[in-house]
Every structure is written in structure tokens, then in C-alpha cells.
Design a protein around this ligand. Sequence first.
Ligand code: PEP
Length: 252
Amino acid sequence: MRKKIVAGNWKMNMDLAEGLKFTASIDKYFKDKPSGKAQVILCTPFIHLAGASDILKHGKVALGAQNCASEASGAYTGEVSAWMIKSTGAEYVIIGHSERRTYYHEDDKLLSKKTLLAINSGLKVIFCIGESLNERESGKHFLIVKRQLEEGLFTLTENQMDMIVLAYEPVWAIGTGLTASPEQAQEMHKYIRDLVKEKYGNECAKKMPILYGGSCKPSNAAEIFSKPDVDGGLIGGAALKKEDFTAIVEAF
Ligand code: PEP
């Protein structure tokens, strides 16, 4: 059976005290529950990583960052490397989020470089792909997702693919309140899994977790997660509220 995952992406929210308090409340919530079906991951801003890692170290919740540098180390003022992230105790990093692709012009080649650095530092990568509204409306969504995978990710070896979690996030559904229908999500997730199968074979495709992201909330999570190729969610806005986030995790 494939691993189920619910990852919260806090984006640029919460100061240090707020973030650590929230981390402690999520840690406690899941510690007090019998183990559920899903691995929960908190993807926090860099400033929270070391403190959050300390809080989460004996619990069931894993920790991740939202980005890493495209170089290993050196004179890159303001950057945080994959190895630095790993040294905090974090296990995951999000790479290729549409906000990074759009606002910081991160292209497939750069994302492929970041992914390799992250894997070589021992981090698992939540690799995001997805089309814009324009691209969907003009019928190019499959082509776009194929290009993002082929150029950003398929430079990895089959062994390296063990370190990947995919997240399909249609850009038109992120933070907009619009959600892909469960059928639209399933159709794209199946397409993605078939591309992984074509490139890396059936074993790799069968075990690849593919998360859905885009205005996922307690009211729609169970239906989306019930689709056979949807293995969980990458959650933005609803990850900032304990009741919503925990309800989404419990939608499995
Ligand atoms: C995201 O940013 O990854 C995301 C899915 O955001 P939201 O849930 O707010 O649409």
C-alpha cells in the first residue's frame, strides 16, 4: 500500500513564537491519538525549523522546509542550503511550488538542480507541478505537467525517485477557493503515475505518493482522497488552523 501523506505548507505566515506554539499543539494532538493512516508533515518557514524539530523529535509529525538554495554553499547572501535544512532535523523540502515558479521565476532547470542538491543532502523532496488556468482552458494542462516532470524531475535515477513525493497543484486552485473536482484530480494523478511508469517502470510508479493541492479543506478532502491515485494533500490556507488541518488528516 502507498504511503498516505498530508503536508501543511505554512507559506510566509506566523512569527517564531506563534509558529512554535502551533507546532506544539499539532504535535500534542497527534501524540494523543492512535497512529492514523497518514504521515503528517509541517512545512514551516526557515526560522521555525530548529525549534520545531526539537518539539517534534519524539512525536509522529515530520518537518519540512518550503524551499532551498540552488547552490550547495558559499557566497550566496540570504540563501539557505539543503544541507543547512537537513542539519535542523527536517526531513522534507518543498521544491517547485507555483508561487516560487511565478514570483521568483524558478524554471525547470533550476528546480532540477535544487532537487538533486536536496536529495544529496538526505532530504525528501515534495516536488510540485501544475498548470495555470489559461493552460487548462486552452487544453494544454497535460502537456505542461509532462514538461515540468520531464525537465524538472526525470533527470533523477530510479533510486533517487525513492526520495520524491509528487504534488499536483493546479495553480488556478491555489488559495482561490476553487478546487479541482475529484474526477479532474484523479484524471491528472493517473496521467502523472503513467508518466512515472513509462520512465521508471511499474514498481516505481506504484509506490510514488502523489498529493493533491489547491483549496483542500475539511469539506472536500474525503472525496478527493477517496480517488485511487490521490495519496493525500499539500495544504496551504487550511494548514494554519488546527481544527481544519487535523480534520483534513482525519479525512482518510
Ligand atoms: C499550497 O500553497 O500548496 C496550497 C495548496 O494552498 P491552498 O491550500 O491555500 O490552496
